[in-house]
Ligand binder design. Structure first.
Ligand code: FPP
Length: 242
């Protein structure tokens, strides 16, 4: 993908960047605001990050927008997050098309409220011909559930006689994950300083470089994304070799 004239130049750009967008609640609390204001401001960070990823030539950007565990938050917060998501999906179609961004989603998408699911489907369709950045939203996502569903799907193929259990290897299992169409992330960014994976892309992050920043997600902007890419550029990826 062509890089943007204004974006900094990097010797090596990750093909796939995944982000755990954390700290919305703390950002709001620090300001005496309701948590939802942090999520609202976090939507601006999503916009800036999508632009920055496109400008630098990243091919895939996966954002952890809602986990299976997040359904256990108070109903008012879940409802507002779903509303923000639906608004984003509806209002950003023009902007995504302008930036040649193709939307995709991973997770238990059938769990989403029907209007959100319908809007998601519509935005995926409306951006499906774009050839630049692929933006992947992880929604009602759980890494462990993804692996369980993949195992179930492999078992069905065995029962149908399509594969022999002796043939099961990493490639076979990978083909049954939600992420079968995407390469594994090269770089994982987590905001707000927490040192955890939180059930995100457990299989796919095996050899991913980690970048953890104390910046809270609502404060994350293009320069923060460029800092992460600069750190990635200096990494020596050995994949267990010497
Ligand atoms: C984590 O912060 C963030 C979330 C659970 C939701 C992320 C959602 C958005 C950024 C907005 C909507 C998304 C899109 C794609 C438009 P937290 O609430 O766990 O923060 P805390 O750890 O400080 O409490």
């Amino acid at each position: 993908m062509a890089t943007h004239p204004k974006a900094p130049k990097f010797k090596r750009v990750p093909r796939h960047v995944a982000i755990i967008m954390d700290g919305n609640g703390r950002w709001a609390k620090q300001r005496g605001l309701p948590r939802i204001e942090g999520h609202r401001k976090g939507t601006d960070s999503v916009r800036a990050t999508v632009e920055a990823a496109g400008e630098t030539g990243v091919e895939f950007l996966t954002l952890y927008a809602f986990s299976v565990e997040n359904w256990s938050r108070p109903k008012a917060e879940v409802d507002t997050l779903m509303r923000l998501l639906q608004q984003f999906l509806r209002d950003e179609i023009a902007e995504l098309n302008k930036h040649n961004v193709r939307l995709q989603a991973i997770g238990r998408l059938a769990d989403l409220p029907a209007p959100v699911g319908a809007q998601l489907h519509e935005t995926i369709l409306a951006t499906s011909r774009n050839t630049g950045l692929t933006l992947i939203l992880a929604l009602s996502y759980s890494g462990r559930i993804e692996i369980i569903e993949a195992v179930q799907s492999v078992i069905r193929e065995i029962q149908l006689g399509h594969i022999d259990p002796a043939q099961i290897d990493e490639t076979v299992l990978s083909r049954h994950l939600y992420t079968r169409y995407f390469p594994d992330p090269d770089l994982l960014i987590r905001t707000s300083g927490e040192m955890r994976l939180s059930n995100f892309l457990l299989w796919q992050l095996s050899y991913t470089e980690l970048f953890i920043t104390p910046t809270l997600w609502p404060d994350f902007r293009k320069p923060d994304f460029f800092d992460a890419l600069r750190s990635y550029e200096s990494r020596n990826r050995r994949y267990g070799r010497i």
